[in-house]
Design a protein around this ligand. Structure first.
Ligand code: ARG
Length: 449
C-alpha cells in the first residue's frame, strides 16, 4: 500500500475493545508457536527462548493493565508490538513466520471458549446444588402442579424443584459436548492453505491442551461452529432459567403466596413500602432475550459467508463474550435467590384442593374394575354437582358419591386426599415419596462431586 488506511476504516476495523481479553491465550499460543517453529528448524532454539521470555514480560505488562494505543488494531497486533518493544525487531519479527491471524484468532478464541465453558458449567452446577438442597428439605411438602397454569394434580415441592434440575443436567451435557468437539487446534492452518513450514501440528495441539489438530485448513479458518454451539447451549440454558424465574415470580405473588423472597435478592419499592420485588429473577427472565439475540446475531453472520476467513467473523467474539458475561452474572443471582427462598408449606398444601384429586377418584373406580371411560364420566358428574352446589369435591355427602357409580364404597372419600394421590405415584419419575427419594439420589449423582 502506498497510503495508510483511512481513519474511517480504522474505526470499523478496530476490534481491540472486544478482543483484548484474549491476551492470555494469545500469549500462550504464541509461545508454543515459537517452540514449534524451533522444533521444525525454522527458528533457533535460542530465538524461541528469547521470544518465550519476551512474551512472559508482555504478559506481565498486560496483566498490570497495559492499555492499547490508538494504533493497536486488535490484541494480536498489540502483542506483536509489545514483543518488539521487549526483545527488539530482528527476533520478534520472526514469530509470525508461517502463521496468520486467521489461525491465530481461531485458536485464541477456542482456548478462551474452553475456559468459559468450564466457568459456566461450575455456575450451573452451583444452581443445581442449591435446588437439590431445597428439594431435600421439602420432600414432605406438597403443592399443586399446573398444566395450562390451571391447578392440575398435587406433587411434592421437591418434585417441582427437581423438575428444574434435569434441564440443567442436559444444558451441562450440551456444553460438555460442544467443548469436546471444539478441542481441536486451528494453529498451523495458516491463512487458508496450511503452514509452509514443517510444524508438527499434533505436538503443537497437545502443547496447548487440544486433543488433535484440525483436519482441513480451509474449514479451520472459517469455522465458528463452536461459537454457534455454545451460544445455542446458552440460549437454551437461558430459556430454562427464564422458566424457573417465571414460576417463582408467580409463586411469590400475593395471589399465590407460595414462596417468600429473601432480603439478599429482592428489592423494595421507592414508593410502596409493602413491596418485595424479585428483581434478580426478572433480570434472569429478561436475559434469555439477550442470549437468543447473540445466537441469532452469530447465525446471521455465518449464513451468507463464502468459505475461508472473512472479516465478518470478527463479530463472533462480541456475541460470544456478551453471552458468557451475562450468563456468569445471571446464574449466581438465580442460585442466590433460590437459596434464600422460603416456602409457605401450609399455603402450598392448602392450594391442593380436592378437585385436583378427581383423577384419583376415577382411578379408584378403575382399581375396582370399572373402565377409565365410565369412571371419568361418574367423577365428572360429581365435579358438576360440587360446582353447582358451590362446594369442594370432598364436601359432597357420601350418599352422592355412592349414587354416582355402584363400585364406589365407603372408602372412596379417602381417594380425595392429596397425600393419598402422591402415594400412588411411585413409578420411576413420579411424585411418590419413594420415587422422589430415588430421584434425589439420581440427581445428586448426575450433578457430580
Ligand atoms: N481481529 C481479527 C478477528 O477477530 C483477527 C483476524 C484478522 N485476520 C485478517 N485476515 N484480517 O477476526
Amino acid at each position: 500500500f502506498r497510503g495508510g488506511p483511512s481513519p474511517l476504516l480504522e474505526a470499523i476495523n478496530r476490534s481491540i475493545g472486544t478482543d483484548f481479553r484474549l491476551w492470555p491465550h494469545d500469549v500462550r499460543l504464541s509461545t508454543q508457536w515459537a517452540r514449534a517453529l524451533a522444533d521444525a528448524g525454522v527458528l533457533g532454539h535460542d530465538e524461541a527462548r528469547l521470544i518465550g521470555e519476551g512474551l512472559v514480560r508482555v504478559g506481565d505488562r498486560l496483566a498490570a493493565g497495559e492499555a492499547p494505543t490508538a494504533a493497536d488494531e486488535d490484541i494480536h497486533t498489540m502483542i506483536d508490538r509489545l514483543l518488539h518493544e521487549e526483545i527488539g525487531s530482528p527476533v520478534a519479527a520472526k514469530l509470525h513466520t508461517g502463521r496468520s491471524r486467521n489461525d491465530q484468532v481461531a485458536t485464541a478464541t477456542r482456548l478462551w471458549t474452553l475456559d468459559a465453558v468450564e466457568r459456566v458449567d461450575a455456575a450451573v452446577r452451583q444452581l443445581q446444588q442449591v435446588l437439590v438442597a431445597q428439594a431435600e428439605r421439602l420432600q414432605d411438602a406438597i403443592m399443586p402442579a399446573y398444566t395450562h397454569l390451571q391447578r392440575a394434580q398435587p406433587v411434592s415441592v421437591a418434585h417441582w424443584l427437581l423438575s428444574h434440575v434435569w434441564p440443567l443436567v442436559r444444558d451441562r451435557g450440551r456444553l460438555a459436548d460442544a467443548a469436546r468437539r471444539l478441542a481441536e487446534c486451528p494453529l498451523g492452518a495458516g491463512a487458508i492453505a496450511g503452514t509452509a513450514f514443517g510444524v508438527d501440528r499434533t505436538a503443537l495441539a497437545a502443547s496447548l491442551g487440544f486433543a488433535a489438530p484440525t483436519p482441513n485448513s480451509i474449514d479451520t479458518v472459517g469455522d465458528r461452529d463452536f461459537v454457534a454451539e455454545v451460544l445455542f447451549a446458552l440460549s437454551l440454558l437461558g430459556a430454562h432459567l427464564s422458566r424457573l424465574a417465571e414460576d417463582l415470580i408467580l409463586f411469590g405473588s400475593s395471589e399465590f403466596g407460595f414462596v417468600r423472597f429473601g432480603d439478599g435478592f429482592s428489592t423494595g419499592s421507592s414508593m410502596m413500602p409493602q413491596k418485595r420485588n424479585p428483581d434478580a429473577l426478572e433480570l434472569a427472565r429478561g436475559s434469555a432475550a439477550r442470549f437468543l439475540g447473540d445466537l441469532v446475531s452469530l447465525m446471521g453472520t455465518l449464513k451468507g459467508l463464502p468459505s475461508g476467513y472473512n472479516k465478518d467473523l470478527q463479530d463472533d467474539k462480541r456475541a460470544l463474550f456478551g453471552a458468557v458475561d451475562a450468563m456468569l452474572v445471571v446464574l449466581p443471582a438465580v442460585a442466590g435467590t433460590v437459596d434464600e427462598l422460603t416456602f409457605d408449606v401450609r399455603r402450598t398444601e392448602a392450594a391442593c384442593t380436592s378437585a385436583m384429586m378427581a383423577t384419583d377418584l376415577a382411578d379408584y373406580l378403575v382399581r375396582r374394575g370399572a373402565t377409565f371411560r365410565e369412571s371419568h364420566a361418574a367423577v365428572g358428574s360429581l365435579v358438576r354437582q360440587a360446582e353447582e352446589a358451590g362446594i369442594e369435591l370432598d364436601a359432597l355427602p357420601p350418599s352422592a358419591i355412592r349414587a354416582a357409580h355402584p363400585l364406589f364404597g365407603d372408602d372412596a372419600a379417602a381417594a380425595l386426599g392429596a397425600r393419598a394421590s402422591l402415594a400412588h405415584r411411585e413409578a420411576v419419575g413420579g411424585t411418590g415419596p419413594e420415587a422422589v427419594r430415588a430421584q434425589l439420589a439420581q440427581a445428586r449423582a448426575a450433578i457430580g462431586g
